[in-house]
Design a protein around this ligand. Structure first.
Ligand SMILES: CCCCC/C=C\C/C=C\C/C=C\C/C=C\C/C=C\CCCCC(=O)SCCNC(=O)CCNC(=O)[C@H](O)C(C)(C)COP(=O)(O)OP(=O)(O)OC[C@H]1O[C@@H](n2cnc3c(N)ncnc32)[C@H](O)[C@@H]1OP(=O)(O)O
Ligand SMILES: Cc1cc2nc3c(=O)[nH]c(=O)nc-3n(C[C@H](O)[C@H](O)[C@H](O)COP(=O)(O)OP(=O)(O)OC[C@H]3O[C@@H](n4cnc5c(N)ncnc54)[C@H](O)[C@@H]3O)c2cc1C
Length: 676
């Protein structure tokens, strides 16, 4: 029997400890899902899609993934993604990217698949950088999945510094072709997802050479494998780069060219061109070829917030059914979720998940605006969004890693087992600190923007500062935190502004003392990255406040206000030393922040399970679908952890036989020998 309480599904047969949690919630999880995913329609569509997928057996894992070898993982992810391809048009609106992401996440999980990059990194640069004619030629084929592609930029020797990529695309005037070449081992493309064994096309980033002049990195559409035989084309060396920390269901690859020729029309030329006679037509912005990277980075806050939310769903549900130790009542052990330390471990991370998802939706919208402007030739928004997304991708990936690791530790010993599946989520999410721009490198990109902005403010031109950095010119007026969120923002603004100014002044002093600009920059780099982090954390706080302000439903607004207050106090406490240093914050205020934080933990406690339930991850999505295969066990919606942990252990391949060859071949002889 199912009883609906405030639209929260209470099911007979669930672990009573979880049922009790769901009953104490003060809000409706369906309503909260609408806020998280931005609309009633999307939240509802997600549920409908999850439900539809759960009814199609071939879309479920056919084996528990942690027990599979790499080859088996790739076979399984490919089986699922191709099976899904057959069902997609019936299950989702094919033009809706959010629906597509959701269904892929349901079916594929975290371990990658040969089409993940096709949609996120092959089609988008083709859309952004390809001309109408090029769309005509490749886009339809790519969307129909007649061809499979990837994005090949990083090389063995260079990833961060793309101006130094060594792969060359030399224009041949006589044949009107580009000759792609890999001059050294270091120049091999290295890392691109789905390149190794699956793709037959790649968007390749290579240095464009015309009449011996290097015009820097440009994007080329390159067919790398025969469409019939799938063999590499002559002049191409391609393969898999081996097992990784995660994403082992995907084939990240290497790629080398031996004077491989492609037609002139394969340079993606919506914004730049090489004419027949070798004349180079410049793009409207120097870094136009980097626009695809801004796109991916703009999506990372929501994506990473979701990864963290998945780990937290597992940890919070488990913490509500795990009983260990006593508080006042000595006749019953307490749920570990009742310990303040456990709450302090998990609840600020829940708040960050919400904050990242809210911030993510804002940045995705900003990117869409940029894209529309770029299409009509206006590139003025590019610099701001590059700076913003560089900071956001760095801060959210790092904090997501922290949050997921805390979720794992919060599950004690069982968190360390693959039965929690948290380590797989961690491996997948933490890759984000490196891919799409190594975090330190991206923080330093934002720092360039901050330093320039401080210089403008110092030169008495605050009117030239964009809205994102206007606070750098605000006067320092002390604030009373009791007055609410705005005061927290002002305190954060002061901290961020002061650090940006300090780092800039240090940089100036170094140069004035005769140190070169680059060396001075390097000697200030740690301080500069601190400024970037603070600026970004301030931005995330502001998006959280904006989102909560916009909510009308009172019960949702109240619980999100609790979560936002927790976030404000946690973030401010974390950086308080910056404000204590110059006396902007007093030790009394510090005490106030701590007390507010502890009181927020208490307020959130009754809503904790429902706050993670509101993400509405299905058991399949968390890989805990008992109907198909025993898998991630701790975060099951029904909370039946222990019996399923035992089932999980029994299903281990090691337990399919009582005596292993390791015993008969090695341990037994050793023991026998010892008896002699
Ligand atoms: C619809 C269907 C969907 C289906 C979905 C299917 C499946 C999904 C299911 C599950 C998936 C699950 C999970 C998926 C999650 C993850 C995916 C997995 C893997 C991700 C793949 C990652 C791919 C990559 O990593 S691609 C490679 C990325 N590489 C980088 O990012 C390189 C970083 N380096 C750089 O960007 C540059 O080198 C640089 C650091 C910016 C420096 O560039 P440089 O040219 O040297 O410039 P310089 O520093 O001198 O600065 C000069 C000037 O330019 C400005 N600038 C720089 N960049 C930009 C820019 N982009 N835009 C604007 N301006 C820019 C810079 O600020 C300077 O300005 P100024 O002089 O200071 O004014
Ligand atoms: C899971 C995964 C998937 C990927 N998928 C793709 C893909 O599909 N396509 C693709 O083209 N690439 C892909 N990559 C590659 C990825 O984009 C690069 O690894 C990334 O951009 C970092 O570059 P790097 O490896 O050269 O690191 P490096 O730059 O060598 O970084 C090493 C260290 O040097 C530091 N460092 C480097 N430069 C500076 C600097 N200027 N100032 C200060 N410190 C610096 C870094 O902070 C870091 O600590 C993927 C990587 C991973 C992990």
């Amino acid at each position: 029997m199912t009883m609906v309480f405030l639209n929260k599904e209470i099911r007979d047969g669930d672990n009573p400890d979880l049922t009790e949690e769901r009953k104490t919630a003060t809000f409706d999880t369906n309503k909260m899902a609408e806020v998280i995913y931005g609309s009633e329609k999307l939240a509802r569509r997600r549920r409908e899609i999850s439900q539809a997928v759960s009814l199609i057996p071939e879309l479920a894992d056919s084996k528990p993934l942690p027990f599979l070898s790499r080859n088996e993982k790739i076979l399984e992810s490919t089986r699922k993604v191709t099976a899904l391809n057959e069902h997609l048009p019936r299950l989702i609106n094919m033009n809706d990217e959010d629906e597509a992401w959701h269904i892929h996440s349901e079916v594929i999980g975290f371990e990658g698949n040969p089409l993940a990059l096709h949609h996120s990194l092959f089609i988008p640069p083709l859309v952004i950088q390809g001309s109408d004619e090029q769309h005509e030629k490749w886009l339809g084929r790519a969307k129909r999945r007649e061809i499979i592609g990837c994005y090949a930029q990083t090389e063995l020797g260079h990833g961060s510094n793309i101006r130094k990529l060594e792969t060359t695309a030399t224009y041949s005037l006589s044949t009107q072709e580009f000759i792609l070449h890999t001059p050294t081992i270091n120049a091999l493309k290295w890392w691109p997802g789905a390149l190794g064994k699956s793709s037959n096309h790649a968007v390749v980033v290579a240095s464009l050479i015309i009449k011996e002049q290097n015009y820097g990195p440009h994007l080329f559409m390159v067919q790398i494998r025969d469409e019939q035989s799938h063999e590499p084309l002559p002049g191409i060396a391609v393969g898999d780069i081996g097992p990784k920390m995660a994403f082992n269901g995907a084939d990240n690859g290497f790629l080398g060219f031996n004077n491989f020729r492609i037609p002139r029309g394969n340079l993606l030329n919506r914004h730049c061109n090489v004419e027949v006679d070798g004349t180079y037509v410049r793009p409207p912005h120097d870094k136009m070829n980097y626009a695809g990277m801004i796109r991916v980075r703009s999506r990372m806050a929501a994506e990473q917030g979701t990864f963290m939310a998945q780990a937290l769903t597992i940890a919070v549900r488990y913490s509500a059914v795990r009983r260990q130790g006593f508080l006042e009542n000595k006749s019953q052990e307490v749920k570990v979720l009742d310990y303040q330390t456990q709450q302090h471990r998990l609840f600020p991370a829940i708040a960050r998940s919400y904050a990242f998802i809210f911030c993510g939706f804002e940045t995705i919208q900003k990117y869409e605006t940029l894209q529309n402007e770029m299409n009509s030739g206006n590139v003025s928004l590019m610099a701001d969004l590059h700076a913003l997304t560089s900071g956001i991708k760095s801060v959210v990936t790092y904090q997501t890693g922290e949050g997921i690791e805390q979720a794992r530790m919060a599950c004690g010993g069982h968190g360390y087992s693959m039965a929690s599946y948290i380590s797989e989520i961690y491996g997948c999410a933490i890759g984000g600190c490196t891919y799409e721009g190594e975090n330190m490198v991206m923080l330093l990109q934002l720092a360039r923007y901050l330093v320039k902005s401080v210089e403008l403010a110092m030169r008495g031109k605050p009117g030239d500062l964009g809205p994102m950095v206007a606070y750098l010119a605000y006067p320092d007026i002390k604030v009373d935190l009791v007055t609410g969120p705005e005061a927290y923002v002002k305190m954060f603004q002061h901290i961020s502004k002061r650090q940006s100014i300090k780092a800039t002044e240090k940089f100036h002093r170094k140069m004035e003392s005769g140190v070169s600009r680059d060396e001075a920059w390097n000697q200030c780099a740690v301080e500069l990255t601190r400024a970037s982090r603070l600026h970004t954390r301030l931005y995330i706080i502001e998006t959280f406040i904006r989102r909560v302000d916009s909510i009308e439903d009172l019960s949702i607004k109240m619980v999100l206000t609790d979560l936002m207050n927790l976030h404000l106090n946690y973030e401010l406490l974390d950086v308080a030393s910056y404000a204590l240093e110059d006396g902007f914050m007093s030790s009394t205020q510090m005490g106030f922040i701590k007390n507010q934080l502890y009181s927020s933990l208490e307020k959130i406690r009754p809503n904790a399970v429902s706050l993670v339930d509101s993400f509405q991850f299905s058991d399949l999505q968390l890989r805990s679908n008992l109907l198909n295969f025993l898998f991630q066990v701790l975060g099951r919606r029904d909370g039946h952890v222990y019996q399923n942990l035992f089932e999980w252990a029994k299903s281990s391949p090691l337990n399919q036989t009582e005596v292993l060859p390791s015993v008969t071949q090695y341990l037994k002889p050793m023991m026998e020998k010892a008896k002699l």
